[in-house]
Design a protein around this ligand. Structure first.
Ligand code: SF4
Length: 361
């Protein structure tokens, strides 16, 4: 809860960055930190890909990236763009011709990897085409795929090599008067991400897309991503984020909103506070908290519900919550705004939960 806390003492003001429009979504220039994710389907499989795009959008993704790694993917793009309810970004490696095809298909942004897109002439050709289509480009630097010209620097100063790669690519684009750019500086090492993004923010007003690559499976991935991003966001750095997980991409979106909400940067979901449980516990708190989260998913984001495994902390926690649930041996105490409202039989809990949560809408 942040209402009694001066958040300016906790997080620095957002750094000023230039505005970039990704379709109808503004990134940078004080816009809310945008949440992105990426599909895991074969983009050429239209049905599977559009289903996943819609799932991600429903979960709250504001921008969705799809890989465009072959002609089948590029051929599916016009329909995907037409049917998607969020702006789509084409992720391009190696073949600049697929970037050109993606632009014709109507994507809202391109992501190119300067380490593997090839000659600078190709980058310039893509930039000119992007300019014609009024589409921004993300320069997506990955430490793992830096161009070999940065090898020596990367061995001594990985963050410096990542920043240098981004600056060099920005220069190539600036030479053809292309400035509609976003930069990401990713590594699988959170500390390198923090260092690179900090250094870049000191010298450039280009909006930053934050991310830790190959962060890992659900728990490790969320922890490593949040470790890097919360430091940077707390310093006012970062305009759009992706939490990359080896998991269902919907989890990336949910985790991103929880993090941004915890930092006071976005409104996310109604908050479900659950006790960690101990030997006193009288109910399966994990299952109950999950049930409550599912029921509370569409509530206004300022609502707070507390789930307590016994009556010890029930009254105290319930004071700070709109709805409090504290389990006893056979009964469950239901609090509304700190006041004991009902004492119900455990057997009736599911029905009562639905009624009580409905009243919070
Ligand atoms: S609320 Fe009860 S069950 Fe939960 S941690 Fe506290 S004492 Fe243990």
């Amino acid at each position: 809860m942040t209402e009694n806390i001066d958040t300016t003492r906790v997080t620095a003001p957002r750094r000023p960055t230039r505005r970039v429009n990704v379709g109808d979504m503004t990134v940078g220039d004080g816009a809310p930190v945008r949440v992105q994710s990426m599909t895991t389907t074969r983009t050429g499989d239209y049905d599977a890909t559009i289903d996943q795009i819609r799932e991600l959008a429903t979960a709250g993704a504001e921008i969705v990236r799809v890989t465009v790694n072959d002609n089948a993917a590029a051929d599916a793009l016009p329909r995907l763009v037409a049917e998607s309810n969020v702006p789509l970004v084409a992720d391009i490696h190696f073949q600049h011709t697929l970037a050109l095809k993606s632009l014709v298909a109507g994507v809202a942004k391109l992501r190119i990897n300067p380490g593997n897109i090839g000659s600078r002439d190709k980058v310039r050709e893509v930039a000119r085409a992007a300019q014609d289509h009024n589409v921004p480009i993300r320069i997506g630097v990955n430490k793992g795929s830096l161009h070999k010209r940065y090898d020596a620097q990367a061995a001594k100063d990985p963050a410096g090599a990542m920043v240098q790669s981004a600056l060099d690519e920005l220069e190539v684009l600036a030479a053809v008067d292309f400035h509609d750019v976003i930069v990401s500086l990713k590594s699988s090492e959170p500390m390198e991400v923090i260092e690179a993004c900090r250094r870049f923010a000191e010298i450039s007003d280009v909006p930053q897309h934050l991310g830790v690559t190959e962060a890992g499976t659900l728990q490790a991935g969320i922890s490593r991503s949040v470790a890097a991003m919360s430091v940077l966001l707390g310093e006012g750095i970062g305009d759009t984020i992706r939490i990359s997980l080896a998991a269902d991409p919907v989890e990336e979106v949910v985790a991103a909103f929880h993090m941004l909400q915890a930092l006071g940067l976005r409104e996310g979901f109604a908050r479900v506070v659950a006790c960690p449980t101990c030997g006193r516990v009288e109910v399966d708190v994990v299952e109950l908290a999950r049930k409550v989260e599912a029921l509370a998913k569409d509530l206004p984001p300022d609502r707070v519900i507390s789930v307590m495994g016994c009556i010890v902390n029930g009254p105290g926690e319930a004071k700070a919550a709109d709805l409090g649930i504290a389990a006893g041996k056979t009964k469950v105490a239901i609090y509304r705004k700190g006041e004991l409202h009902r004492n119900i039989d455990k057997a009736d809990l599911d029905t009562v939960l639905m009624e009580e949560i409905e009243l919070l809408r």
